[in-house]
Design a protein around this ligand. Sequence first.
Ligand code: PLP
Length: 445
Amino acid sequence: MHADPAADPGAVDPATTNPEPTGPATTDPEPIDLEPIDLEAEASVLDTADPLRGLRDRFVGSESSLVYFDGNSLGRPPRAAVERLATFATEEWGGRLIRGWDESWMQLPFVIGDRIGAAAIGAAAGQTVVGDSTTVLLYKVLRAAFDAQHAADPERVEIVVDRDNFPTDRYLVEGIAAERGGAVRWIDVDTASGVTAEALAAAVGPRTAVVLLSHVAYRSGYLADAAAFTRIAHDVGALIVWDLCHSAGSVPVRADEWGFDLAVGCTYKYLNGGPGSPAFAYVAAGLQGRLAQPIQGWMGTADVFAMGPQYRPADGLRRFLSGTPPIVGMLAMQDTLDLIDEAGIEAIRSKSIALTEFAVRVADALLAPLGVTVASPRDSTARGGHVTLSHPAMRAVTARLWTQDVIPDYRDPDGLRIGLSPLSTSFAEVLTGLRAVEEAVRAEV
Ligand SMILES: *Cc1c(COP(=O)(O)O)cnc(C)c1O
């Protein structure tokens, strides 16, 4: 595949990126600025200064030379989780058998939910619960929100969502609108950024029942101003559901302070819960009793073992559960929550910003001359934990890199997504990986 340089206005002249001295060096007060960029030295300085550098070794695989740019999609396993899983199998499951439910498992969705609330999403206790997959939990809270809003005001029939939201989010909105006689109100967005305040304000109004937005856009990494957008929804009487999949564990969320109604997030991404680990839902305390979710199961009832003739939802958060909680899937994430408690979510965000800034800087230096552009916000305050690099060859580049143990992922159109999990990624790893991207792009054009 060949890049058409004319089609790439973002290409940077290497001379601009890496300027050479033009005048007599002796007259320049800061000659250091005119030295060629030494990226290896920069990576080394950044790694040495990184207060979280010691935490990388707490993850399985950190000792290998593999470059992992997909911790935003499936986080590496914490080493402590290996031990926890084994002990669980022999002692808890094997030893306690069915007594385990009474002794601890029944409470685990709430215990871990509270830990996620405290460590990652700024939620006071009693509002966060671990449940089903993200897709199923989103369905439950979105439909509950739509039904409550529509019942209170029959004019409220619209669900607002953007055209570049994650597929499951868009499909759920379409399904719920069809099922409940509602309508979808789409927001158009730039795929290299995301929903703006103006676009949201233009889409919502007295017909809006509920808004569904991603806090960090899965494609571009665009970080929405969740506090401001929540106010925009509330100002027109709408409820808002936040998808926290690409922020939980990487970008601090202040669910209570920002006035969230509802939120759902993944635990197998930055919370390293393992493949298919269950999602969490946040339901603001004041809303819990007003919402009825559609998957009425025995685990959501006030008295689970009464096994009564009718479904009577529990008063609080329990009503958002449906069936038997997936306990095995809740084990590994507890070790990541320990690490987040140890590091602090603000320090994690600082490292995340430093990692993505370094990635953008390296991309500008090494890849822009080849026609690669940054398809993510350049302002770190508007960017989450990943950076997307765009070039027509990226699909082939991704396939080539995977055979070389450099693991980013590919997202249409032409996007190489570099996910930089702050707890388990080093600056040296970023540079090694992007040098491999440079070679792969050269090989593919
Ligand atoms: C990863 C992701 C999902 C995944 O949903 P699952 O039900 O776990 O497959 C949903 N929404 C967003 C925004 C995501 O990034």
